[in-house]
Design a protein around this ligand. Structure first.
Ligand SMILES: [Zn+2]
Length: 86
């Protein structure tokens, strides 16, 4: 699997580290349940999904990768600041 880093271009996935779900939003209040869900609960989505990866063996940038979790096809990758809400 090759991931395109916005700064370095296409690189092997072994240069990257998976950092988690890119769609999780930090709670904006002190609700204990909302914080529990934010810290501990993760979905296991099937199909197209936005993931956070870090280019640890390269420029160390954080990258959002839109990937199909079934086929590993990568649709696009970009910097987290360029992510649009669905
Ligand atoms: Zn890079």
């Amino acid at each position: 699997m090759r991931i395109r880093c916005p700064y370095c271009g296409p690189r092997d996935h072994s240069e990257f580290s998976y950092e988690g779900d890119a769609t999780i939003k930090r709670p904006q209040n002190e609700d204990a349940k909302a914080w529990h869900d934010y810290v501990y609960l993760r979905a296991n989505p099937r199909g197209r999904h936005k993931e956070l990866w870090s280019h640890v063996a390269g420029c160390r940038a954080w990258v959002v990768v839109e990937r199909n979790t079934l086929t590993h096809e990568i649709y696009e990758s970009y910097l987290p600041g360029d992510m649009k809400d669905d």
